[in-house]
Design a protein around this ligand. Structure first.
Ligand code: PLP
Length: 396
């Protein structure tokens, strides 16, 4: 008889987005005339930029001619894209080679797959509130999970403490859901801690392109010592609108070793066994993101989202509500007013002003009492939602 992975039975029901959808459906059925303002979505709303679309078309045409046709792609990524990504880092003063860059089908895929490289008995540390996939992927793999709750007193950016040692440490900066971003000094503390204890940091940089303050680190590899303790996972999804196109990359330095085993070599072995590479067409499209034209165009889109975040922040400033994020991130994380619970606040916004956000409790227990607004909606809807929030919360 085959034995299933019993750890799947330990997964908690993922009710966050299901519950939101149910509540919204019920409300819409009862009030078909009311327009809804969606500030809850984590998906992008703007199309791929022109430079990427042109490159995708070229990729398709290449596949139509015998001389330019590509079959299986190299499992670790097309050399042209690995080199382009390495030079994107090099230009920012981060030293890494193309062999340290692995092209992927997206950050979610990698966040799940990368766990393969760690022993069954590995412990992981997850700072919460957190992107839900970190916990679930580790539950499925049967890993021992230490939850590190954080709060507004530390700006949702916890620093290491000697009793929080684990083999693997997840860090997401800019953070989903809090929008909080580590400084170089904060990250240096985690890097030193990981090197001291032999831990490996899994650094999720999915929102690096939203950082506008030069002194904030966009990569863990801007921190001295990170090459011996960190893996960086990144995505084209929010940076360049690839949520439905699928592309990402992972950086594993050749200096990262534990117990005589080299993680870069292990990942080469893993990829050559478990994938047959990412589509040639999509990789051609991805390379266009790093051209001057591509960079200009993706930042035009990012600036539209950032302006949405600014409008939400201004509304919260006006009514005197605590929040973090928004400036260097696409998410604004606010404290619910009048000590409301996060689901209570969700209902309050939906019923009174038809604005939809995401209850913080869905990202871990310590998210209770907080609420996430996303800036990925349309500017018109965001402006109207902000106006309604100001009117509702500023009434007292
Ligand atoms: N990491 C974080 C923090 C995210 O918020 C998301 C998506 O919302 C991902 C990873 C997944 O990215 P991808 O679309 O590349 O799978």
């Amino acid at each position: 008889m085959s034995i299933p992975n019993k750890h799947y039975g330990e997964l908690k029901d993922s009710y966050l987005f299901y519950n939101i959808a149910q509540k919204v459906k019920k409300y819409s059925e009862a009030h078909p005339d009311k327009k809804l303002y969606r500030l809850g979505i984590g998906d992008v709303s703007l199309p791929l930029c022109d430079a990427v679309i042109k490159a995708l078309h070229k990729g398709v045409d290449d596949q139509a001619a015998k001389d330019s046709f590509h079959g299986y792609m190299p499992e670790c990524g097309a050399p042209f894209l690995r080199e382009t990504i390495a030079s994107y880092y090099n230009k920012r003063g981060v030293n890494l080679t193309s062999e340290e860059v692995f092209v992927s089908s997206g950050a979610s895929d990698e966040l799940g797959d990368i766990i393969d490289m760690f022993d069954r008995n590995t412990s992981v540390l997850i700072m919460e509130p957190a992107y839900p996939a970190y916990v679930d992927a580790n539950v499925m793999a049967g890993k021992k999970i230490y939850h590190l709750p954080t709060g507004s007193d530390e700006g949702f950016l916890p620093l290491p403490k000697e009793d929080t040692v684990a083999d693997v440490i997840y860090i997401c900066s800019p953070n989903n859901p809090t929008g909080a971003v580590y400084t170089k000094e904060g990250l240096k503390q985690w890097v030193d801690f990981a090197n001291r204890h032999g831990s490996v940091i899994l650094f999720d940089a999915a929102y690096e392109a939203f950082i506008e303050e030069d002194e904030l680190p966009r990569s863990i590899f801007e921190i001295e010592g990170a090459r011996t303790c960190a893996i960086e996972i990144c995505s084209f999804s929010k940076t360049a609108g690839f949520t439905g196109t699928r592309l990402g990359y992972t950086v594993i330095p050749k200096d990262l070793e534990r117990e005589g085993m080299n993680f870069n070599s292990m990942w080469v072995r893993n990829r050559t066994t478990k994938t047959n590479g990412v589509s040639y067409i999509i990789q051609v499209g991805g390379a266009a993101v790093f051209t001057d034209e591509g960079q200009k165009q993706i930042h035009e889109n990012i600036n539209i989202y950032k302006n949405n975040a600014k409008i939400i922040m201004e509304a919260l400033d006006e009514v005197g509500i605590w929040y973090c994020g928004g400036k260097n991130a696409p998410y604004v994380w606010m404290k619910c007013p009048d000590n409301m619970g996060s689901w209570e606040f969700f209902d309050y916004l939906l019923e009174n002003i038809q604005v939809i956000g995401t209850p913080g409790e869905g990202f871990g227990k310590c998210g209770e009492g907080f609420f996430r607004f996303s800036s990925f909606g349309s500017p018109e809807d965001t402006a109207e939602a902000a106006h309604r929030i100001k009117k509702l919360l500023g009434k007292g």
